[in-house]
Design a binder for this molecule. Structure first.
Ligand code: FAD
Length: 401
C-alpha cells in the first residue's frame, strides 16, 4: 500500500498525521522526529511552563499519545532525517533508509545562537521542552537572569522571571524591540509593558561578550556596561530547519520554497515554520513562525498530498499571540508600515491599532482586546478596505463604552 512519511514530529507533523486518518487514508503512515518526545506544544513553554511551579505538566499536544495505537502511525523518534534522495524516493535516518511514496516535510525552525557563547553553562536558547526544563529549574532556583533579545520569546521569558519575583534585564541591540514584527511605533508601545512590570529593558546596545569560568557569570555590553548573570537566555530569532536538505534538489530560500498549494517537489510537500509558500491572499511569498499557521498548514498540506489532482491553494491570514505579565498581545495579518490607533490608548494596557497598505486594511494589533481581533482577521480575509477597518473599530468602540 501507499506509504506516506512525515519528517518532523511536532505541531504541523501531528496535525498532518491526524488529517490523513480523518480523511480516510488507510495506508502506511510514519513520523520521523529528531526529538525523543511525542509531539508537544511550544507556546506554553515560555508561558505557564516557565512561569509556573515545578509541578506544571509537560504540554503534550492533544492526540500525541494516541498516535500509535489509535491512529496507527509508526514513529521513529530521537534521530533526525539527514538527507532525501528524490530519485529513489528515500530519506536517510541514522543508518537506515526509509522509503516514501509521498513525503511531508515539517521540520520547523531552530533557535539562533549567539556565536559559541553556549559553551558556558547557564547560556540557553528556548525552543524545546528540554530547554524549558533547564531554564525553568534555574528560574525557580532564583538564578540571576538576563535575556538577550527583546522579541516575543525573550519578553515572555522576562515575564516568567518576574512572576518568580526575580530582577531581570533584557538586552536589545536595536533602538526599539520588535520592529520587524510590529513596526517601530508599536514596538515602542509594547516595550513599555516591561518598565510597567519591573523589567529593565536596555536598547541600542550589543552584547560584546559573556564571561565566566565554565558557568556564565557576567554579560559585557558594547557601551562598556556589565551585568551579573547566572542564567542568560538568548532569544534572537529562529531559522528554518533546512540544513539537512542542502543538496537535495529542493529549492531552499529562507525555508522550503513551495507553490500556493504547499508542493515543494515531486511527491514532496511542506508545512509549518519551515515552509515558504506563495500566499494568494497577499500576492507574495510568506514564511510564518506561528502556531495557527503550522496547525492549519499541516492539515492542508496532507490533504493536498493525498489528493494532488484536487490540491487547493493554502489560504491563510496570519494570526499570532503572546502573553506578557498577564497581558495578551495579538496580531493578525501583516504589520506593514506604521499602525494607527483606533481603540484604547497605547499608554494603557488596552489598545487596538490597524495597519494599511494603500486603501487596504492589512493588519491589526491588539493588547487585551481578545474579542476584537478575529473580527479584523475576517475583514482582512475579505480584502477589506481601510474604511471598512475604521467602521469596524467604531462599532467595537461603541460596544466598549
Ligand atoms: P516545530 O514546532 O519547530 O517542530 C519541528 C520538529 O521537527 C521539531 O520537533 C524538530 O526537532 C523536528 N526536526 C527538525 N529537523 C528534523 C529532521 N531533520 N528530522 C526529523 N525531525 C526534525 N506561536 C504562536 O503563534 N504563539 C505563541 O505564543 C508562540 N509561543 C512560542 C513559544 C516558544 C518558546 C516557541 C519555541 C515557539 C512559540 N510559537 C508561538 C511558535 C510555534 O510554536 C511554532 O510556530 C510551531 O511550533 C511550529 O510548528 P512546526 O511543527 O512547524 O515546527
Amino acid at each position: 500500500s501507499r506509504r506516506v512519511v512525515i519528517v518532523g514530529g511536532s505541531l504541523a507533523g501531528l496535525k498532518a498525521a491526524q488529517e490523513a486518518r480523518t480523511s480516510g487514508f488507510t495506508g502506511r503512515l510514519t513520523i520521523v522526529g529528531a526529538e525523543l518526545h511525542l509531539p508537544y506544544d511550544r507556546p506554553p513553554l515560555s508561558k505557564e511552563f516557565l512561569g509556573g511551579s515545578a509541578a506544571v505538566q509537560a504540554p503534550f499536544l492533544p492526540g500525541a499519545h494516541e498516535l500509535a495505537e489509535q491512529l496507527g502511525v509508526e514513529t521513529i523518534l530521537g534521530e533526525p532525517a539527514t538527507a532525501i534522495d528524490m530519485t529513489a524516493q528515500r530519506i536517510t535516518v541514522g543508518t537506515s533508509s526509509v522509503a516514501y511514496d509521498s513525503l511531508l516535510v515539517a521540520t520547523g525552525s531552530t533557535a539562533r545562537r549567539l556565536g559559541d557563547t553556549d559553551r558556558l553553562r547557564g547560556v540557553e536558547t528556548l525552543r524545546t521542552l528540554d530547554d524549558a526544563q533547564r531554564i525553568g529549574t534555574a528560574l525557580r532556583r532564583g538564578d540571576r537572569p538576563v535575556v538577550i533579545g527583546g522579541g516575543f520569546i525573550g519578553s515572555e521569558v522576562a515575564s516568567a522571571a518576574r512572576s518568580h519575583g526575580l530582577d531581570v534585564s533584557i538586552i536589545e541591540a536595536a533602538p526599539t524591540p520588535l520592529v520587524r514584527a510590529v513596526g517601530e511605533t508599536a514596538g515602542e508601545w509594547l516595550s513599555r509593558l516591561h518598565a510597567r512590570n519591573g523589567t529593565q529593558l536596555i536598547c541600542g546596545t550589543a552584547v560584546e561578550s559573556l564571561s565566566g569560568d565554565e558557568r556564565v557569570e557576567a554579560i559585557h555590553l558594547s557601551d562598556g556596561r556589565s551585568l551579573d548573570a547566572d542564567l542568560v537566555v538568548v532569544g534572537i530569532g529562529a531559522d528554518p530547519a533546512t540544513g539537512w536538505l542542502d543538496g537535495s534538489g529542493l529549492e531552499l530560500d529562507n525555508g522550503i520554497v513551495c507553490d500556493a498549494r504547499l508542493r515543494a517537489g515531486d511527491n514532496i510537500w511542506a508545512a509549518g515554520d519551515v515552509a515558504r509558500w506563495w500566499s494568494e491572499d497577499f500576492g507574495a511569498p510568506l514564511r510564518i513562525e506561528h502556531w495557527t499557521n503550522a496547525a492549519e498548514q499541516g492539515a492542508v498540506a496532507m490533504r493536498n498530498l493525498l489528493n494532488p489532482q484536487e490540491a487547493m491553494s493554502y489560504r491563510h491570514i496570519p494570526y499570532f499571540w503572546s502573553d506578557w505579565y498577564g497581558s495578551r498581545i495579538q496580531l493578525v495579518g501583516l504589520a506593514s508600515g506604521e499602525p494607527t490607533v483606533v481603540t484604547g490608548d497605547p499608554a494603557t494596557d488596552v489598545f487596538v491599532a490597524l495597519y494599511r497598505e494603500g486603501d487596504r486594511l492589512v493588519g491589526a494589533l491588539a493588547l487585551n482586546r481578545r474579542s476584537d481581533i478575529m473580527k479584523y482577521r475576517a475583514l482582512i480575509a475579505r480584502s477589506a478596505s481601510w474604511q471598512d477597518g475604521l467602521a469596524l473599530a467604531e462599532e467595537r468602540n461603541r460596544r466598549m463604552v
